[in-house]
Design a protein around this ligand. Structure first.
Ligand code: SF4
Length: 398
């Protein structure tokens, strides 16, 4: 293994640790960085005992890490003479910097709504840029008392204050935000959000698709509709007709019993586990291999059960996503612990291998997933296409 490749893997594993264990910092440490840089501030800043914080920080080789404050984390961000670093149990790991927010974060829609509150940059610093539109800051499962066990939407929704958005964001304002992002080089959007009473979100996706086609002047677009399985599977065909090139159903865990425990609301809203899996299979028939995604919250079940699901879904052409479980404040699993970083690292490496074995490409993963994840990084490191290789080449050439 080349030195740079080895360094990239070491740093990627550090990123994984920072996701799984979170990071702490002294209150006020970021005040000077954030002063006058509103776009860098994370939305739910009052969420953190650490006070105001940037939405992410950057490791030396460009890996962006979403800042997840955890009081009991072994990782800490410290500052000395204006240089910020990450430590582990007090031992220096790496100096860090902060991302440059996209231009659209500083823009407003024609109705004066801040675009930052409509779309989130999910590119993690990659030149392949993507954004996520969460159409709502609420989920109908909250009132039913059936939120997914790992989800912190209830508490987030209470804390958003002025950043709280209406039950459904206006499709026209979403289209304006996406246009602004595409104008600065973004190439893919994911539309996602919680359930809406009477499953009104199913029709709403079609409205957003129409608005996007009109605003972008295209017949279809690189966009992923991320939805709960509909009882009537023909809805899936309509999403394709509306212009979405990819679609997603997040299983979160594999196996009926796990699904029913972790996703009680999805059981009720989506016709149960069997219908959920049928929806994924039908979507592959309609959209094609490499154009259907399913997320797993990795760390909620034994590895052998998890891989049974990952193996089945990748074998039929699904782009699976292995999101490492980290307990959200305000979720039913607040205070729980995720498996060790080594456990998660093994999952990430084996999962990338599965996607590769199933014939998936980096491009398919990019266009089917909401944001850059470990599979993107591992694919690009293995292919030699990682931006860090290019940067190193450029530096050598100077
Ligand atoms: S469906 Fe589950 S994960 Fe999605 S917003 Fe609702 S509670 Fe959260």
């Amino acid at each position: 293994m080349s030195d740079l490749k080895e360094t990239l893997y070491e740093e990627l594993k550090l990123k994984l640790g920072l996701i799984v264990d979170g990071v702490r910092h002294e209150k006020g440490i970021f005040d000077r960085v954030l002063d006058g840089n509103n776009a860098l501030r994370r939305k739910v800043s009052s969420y953190f005992e650490g006070g105001l914080a940037p939405y992410a920080f950057v490791l030396p080789h460009g890996f962006h890490v979403g800042l997840d404050y955890r009081q009991d984390s072994p990782y800490e961000i410290v500052e000395k003479n204006g240089v910020f670093s990450v430590t582990y149990l007090g031992k220096w790991q790496a100096d860090i910097s902060f991302p440059t927010p996209p231009l659209f974060y500083s823009k407003t829609t024609s109705d004066g709504v801040r675009m930052k509150n409509i779309g989130n940059d999910s590119s993690s610093g990659s030149p392949d840029r993507s954004l996520v539109i969460s159409y709502s800051t609420e989920c109908a499962l909250t009132e039913k008392g059936k939120v997914c066990l790992f989800c912190g939407i209830e508490r987030n929704s209470k804390l958003l204050g002025e950043d709280k958005c209406p039950a459904l964001k206006n499709p026209r304002l979403i289209a304006e935000t996406v246009k602004a992002a595409y104008d600065e080089g973004f190439k893919h959007i994911t539309l996602t959000g919680g359930f809406v009473p009477e499953r009104r979100e199913l029709e709403y996706y079609l409205d957003v698709g129409e608005a996007l086609r009109a605003e972008l002047g295209v017949a279809d677009f690189y966009g992923t509709a991320c939805i709960g399985a509909p009882a009537d599977l023909s809805v899936i065909d309509k999403y394709k007709e509306t212009g979405f090139r990819t679609i997603s159903f997040n299983t979160e865990v594999w196996g009926k019993q796990y699904f029913e425990i972790v996703n009680p609301g999805k059981v009720e809203m989506c016709g149960g586990y069997d219908n959920f899996i049928k929806a994924i299979e039908h979507a592959v028939d309609v959209f094609g291999k490499g154009r259907v995604r399913s997320n797993f919250v990795v760390g909620l079940q034994p590895k052998n059960v998890l891989f049974e699901g990952l193996e089945y879904l990748t074998s039929i052409g699904v782009v699976t996503v292995a999101s490492s479980f980290h307990p959200c404040i305000g979720s039913h699993l607040e205070g729980h612990r995720s498996p060790s970083v080594d456990w998660h690292w093994d999952v990430q490496l084996r999962h990338a291998e599965l996607l590769s074995k199933a014939g998936r490409t980096y491009e398919e993963i990019f266009y089917a997933t909401p944001g850059r994840n470990f599979s993107h990084e591992i694919f690009q490191i293995e292919n030699g296409d990682h931006p860090a290789f290019r940067q190193a080449g450029e530096k050598l050439a100077v």
